[in-house]
Write a protein that binds this ligand. Sequence first.
Ligand SMILES: C[S@@+](CC[C@H](N)C(=O)[O-])C[C@H]1O[C@@H](n2cnc3c(N)ncnc32)[C@H](O)[C@@H]1O
Ligand code: SF4
Length: 381
Amino acid sequence: MLKSPPLSLYIHIPWCVQKCPYCDFNSHALKSDIDEQLYIKHLLADLDSDIARFNINRPLHSIFIGGGTPSLFSATAIKLLLDEVKLRFANNPEIEITLEANPGTVEAGKFEGFSNAGVNRLSVGVQSFASDKLIKLGRIHDSEQATRAAEIASTCGVKSFNLDLMHGLENQSIEHALDDLRQAIALKPKHLSWYQLTIEPNTAFYSKPPELPQDDTLWEIQEQGFKLLAAAGYQQYEVSAFSQGEEFQSKHNINYWQNGDYLGIGCGAHGKITCAAENKIYRTVKVKHPKGYMDEERVHLDHLTEVSEAERPFEYMMNRLRLFKPFSLTDFEQATGLSSDYISEHLRTAKNKKLLSENQGQWQTTLHGRRYLNDLLELFI
Ligand SMILES: C[S@@+](CC[C@H](N)C(=O)[O-])C[C@H]1O[C@@H](n2cnc3c(N)ncnc32)[C@H](O)[C@@H]1O
Ligand code: SF4
């Protein structure tokens, strides 16, 4: 039987000062001032339609304001948005509210303003502390601004902050990558997201690829980076996510990986909602371009699809196996509405291949499975 999981809210802000050459997120270089009020009006109308469409009357578990560059918005606008969102849901004093910030768009008072608006977690996109790498990545900030943003984040009143770093950059040696990690650790974030650069279609890097490190260098960067993070007290709880203990894990991202529900509002935002009584799971995608999204004549929803029973096991595994916490067959059944018989043979194969381990009904990705995550996932297609 399907069971309603926790409900999160993702809010997409689609503008950036300029487009980074590696980025395939739905973000658009700013050409003129943003009409914050107008965009918020559309976000709230979009939210109201989703609430009515799915008859939502559950509290929110987390809110994530992502982008693009949400820190381009004023603290006043973020406060207005959050106040209005909260009016539509039952109060949850434990709610995690994250906002993504770019170090090039921050001055001292702004983070404090976000904190006063209700944001309790900041995610700062540092990417690297090396000037040559930041230039190659097309970032609008230098290393000093990145450090300053982290320092402000640690004193502005939010409960915790995350730093985003990337590795496997052009001409990056093992020592360069570790040095970026050391500088990040010295700023004492409670959470670190450490991504390996990927070259995505429809990006400037795809048309003109940079020269990336060889596979064995990439492997060494990861191995040594994991050791460095562990020695500094960071526990890896997902492929790219590290935190100082469970308290500082990202509740919002964990809800995605545990196949939770989420409303997605804003340009191109994705949502997923379980209607347990009807045994249905729906996906929503909103209109992608800001012009179309803010068109008075149009609705915000671009398409609504149903997740068929055949698709559910792979979707479940694709999210769940990224997370290193064990899962049970009951969890699978409640998230998919299907009997665990659907996956029992695949689980056995994965166990025989030492990609998954099982202990008293709790299944978990092994170290070998983490390394060959794609092979593991393919077993469930
Ligand atoms: C949605 S982006 C937004 C963050 C914010 N706009 C910024 O750039 O400061 C979230 C993070 O994804 C990571 N990311 C984006 N594109 C990537 C790529 N092609 N490969 C690896 N990581 C990437 C970056 O670390 C980035 O900070
Ligand atoms: S600032 Fe962030 S969202 Fe914007 S283009 Fe760069 S990586 Fe993408």
